[in-house]
Design a protein around this ligand. Structure first.
Ligand SMILES: [Zn+2]
Length: 78
């Protein structure tokens, strides 16, 4: 059985980490968002690490839910 190519770039095997984080198309989206939010951080290696990284952007506990919602919104949009 042949591996499924990424539906966004058509170059790499489409797995969760590639599609949601490391695809050339997706990387541009994350990079633009991080720049927009004023963060200069590398994109995490896995979806779980990305979620934890995103959650840790909150500087106050009251911001935590907001960052979680943003992460899910971005991933669902992708
Ligand atoms: Zn891709």
């Amino acid at each position: 059985m042949e591996a499924v190519k990424c539906s966004l770039c058509g170059q790499n095997v489409e797995d969760n980490n590639h599609l949601f984080l490391h695809c050339s198309v997706t990387t541009k989206i994350w990079s633009m968002c991080f720049e927009w939010w004023g963060f200069s951080i590398a994109i995490a290696g896995s979806c779980w690490d990305s979620f934890i990284q995103h959650e840790s952007l909150a500087t106050k506990s009251s911001e935590r839910l907001g960052w979680i919602i943003v992460w899910f919104s971005l991933v669902l949009t992708i």
